[in-house]
Design a binder for this molecule. Structure first.
Ligand SMILES: *[C@@H]1O[C@H](CO)[C@@H](O)[C@H](O)[C@H]1NC(C)=O
Ligand SMILES: *[C@@H]1O[C@H](CO)[C@@H](O)[C@H](O)[C@H]1NC(C)=O
Ligand SMILES: *[C@@H]1O[C@H](CO)[C@@H](O)[C@H](O)[C@H]1NC(C)=O
Ligand SMILES: *[C@@H]1O[C@H](CO)[C@@H](O)[C@H](O)[C@H]1NC(C)=O
Length: 435
């Protein structure tokens, strides 16, 4: 069987089609402009993290107005309301964790001019050549593509201090129609940088998207040398004052959402997010927290952190940032890294990652926004056994709101921790279909 067919054959039926359980969804126009509803009353800034009741119209029904999604069944309305309240609460808790380690609670959203990076920093061996997967994203033939491509390099300021300056690379075609374009935010994997994503950025730009990449914290322009990321992880373990693993970059992505939503060339209802590995984790958590990310494709990123600890499957994940766990092992006086070391590290550097915000709880809260999870069936860092619970919970959440067709989980057979050309194509098709 060709790989794509094989992958599709394996696409766990869990996610697919089960007849929409109750809850007919009605869509009605409500406000002339997009509005954001606060679900918690605990907000203290412009950051939108508890949006639940109002949002953008879905693709099949799009119009330049705001919609309210309501359920016609009394029972499903009650279920939906309690789910929304639960989602708002979990988002508020996550937002509080993110806020707890900001240098300043809030800085005004500011943009600074940047310039192209001539020698991008890879922490480790730089790539030796083009990657088949990266080059495989569908492109559209655009006459004089190079001349028509507009490249923007800039920084958005998300907090004070060196790491509070997020380098952004944005590509789009120079044309005026449509005036507001859909956006794809692409996020790189560990030790890489935004420049690595250029083939994907160009492919999406050729097809009329605005494509955007950032350097994650302690990566690319936010790093000085080969150990910056590892140094930051160790420092967080020692001092507990930053969250270099996933969470601080999620904060940046909320601010990026603020920036994108304000741009005149962006359709704020059509911002998609995807990423590979660490970038997949960033896409997952940013979308969980910020509903402005309206179509979501984490690639080899979602995993059960608690499941891995409870099932002795944490090793491959720990190995990807091993010096951190070595340091913790020594501090804890152990002869080898074990589940307790792993648990203590997560608690210190990413509180809640292996408990309340873990995949079984946060992934379903991306519903009803179109969500595609792409994985390798043999990936030791994101073992598929650990995805059973989050995937079945998510499938249920999508069914409950009559959106079973907007959730899909694919595990590609014979593939480990690797983003394949199939995954790139499937992500691309998903965005074309839903964004
Ligand atoms: C809001 O943020 C300011 C600092 O920006 C802080 O002084 C104030 O206590 C915060 N209020 C709440 C309700 O969190
Ligand atoms: C980082 O390490 C790689 C090889 O391990 C080397 O090629 C590269 O030059 C180093 N970069 C820096 C900035 O030290
Ligand atoms: C876009 O194209 C127009 C001509 O069609 C040109 O005048 C303008 O300078 C271009 N903008 C950029 C940013 O390249
Ligand atoms: C690497 O960069 C970090 C900061 O990004 C710094 O703390 C560290 O001292 C640097 N290491 C070396 C060997 O220069």
């Amino acid at each position: 069987m060709p790989p794509l067919r094989r992958a599709m054959a394996l696409a766990l039926a869990l996610a697919l089609s089960a007849a929409a359980a109750g809850g007919h969804v009605a869509v009605t126009a409500r406000h002339p402009r997009r509005q954001l509803a606060s679900g918690s009353g605990r907000h203290n800034d412009s950051t939108t993290t508890a949006v639940t009741t109002l949002g953008c119209r879905s693709k099949s029904n799009r119009a330049p107005s705001i919609v309210c999604v309501s359920h016609s069944h009394a029972t499903s309305a009650t279920v939906a309301r309690s789910k929304m309240a639960a989602a708002a609460d979990l988002r508020a808790s996550f937002r509080e964790v993110l806020l707890s380690r900001r240098r300043d609670l809030q800085v005004p959203l500011a943009v600074e001019h940047g310039s192209p990076v001539k020698h991008p920093l890879y922490q480790g061996s730089p790539p030796t050549g083009p990657s088949e997967a990266m080059e495989s994203c569908p492109r559209k033939e655009v006459e004089n593509f190079r001349e028509k491509l507009i490249e923007e390099n800039f920084y958005i300021i998300t907090e004070s201090g060196e790491q509070g300056r997020v380098p952004v690379l944005l590509l789009k075609i120079n044309d005026t129609t449509p005036k507001r374009k859909p956006v794809i935010v692409l996020l790189h994997s560990s030790y890489k940088c935004k420049e690595w994503l250029r083939p994907l950025l160009e492919a999406y730009a050729s097809r009329g998207y605005i494509s955007v990449a950032i350097d994650s914290r302690y990566h690319g322009e936010r790093a000085n040398n080969n150990t910056t990321y590892i140094d930051a992880l160790k420092s967080a373990w020692r001092n507990g004052d930053t969250m270099p693993f996933i969470f601080d970059t999620v904060w940046d992505l909320i601010k990026l959402g603020d920036h994108l939503s304000e741009r005149e060339d962006v359709d704020p209802c059509r911002i998609g997010i995807t990423g590979e590995s660490l970038g997949g984790m960033h896409a997952w958590f940013a979308a969980f927290l910020d509903t402005r990310y309206s179509v979501v494709v984490p690639i080899i990123g979602v995993q059960g952190f608690r499941w891995a600890i409870d099932n002795n499957k944490w090793q491959a994940r720990a190995d990807s940032i091993k010096p951190l766990f070595e340091e913790a092992r020594i501090d804890l006086g152990k002869s080898e890294i074990d589940a307790e070391v792993v648990e203590k590290v997560w608690d210190k550097i990413a509180p809640g990652l292996d408990s309340q915000f873990d995949a079984p709880f946060s992934v379903p809260m991306i519903a009803p926004r179109p969500l595609l999870l792409l994985h390798g069936a043999d990936d030791p860092r994101c073992p598929v056994s650990g995805l059973q619970e989050p995937v079945s919970r998510a499938a249920k959440a999508y069914e409950e709101v009559g959106s079973a067709d907007k959730f899909m989980f694919v595990a590609e057979q014979g593939i480990g921790h690797q983003m394949t050309a199939n995954m790139v194509k499937q992500a691309s098709d998903w965005f074309d279909r839903f964004l």
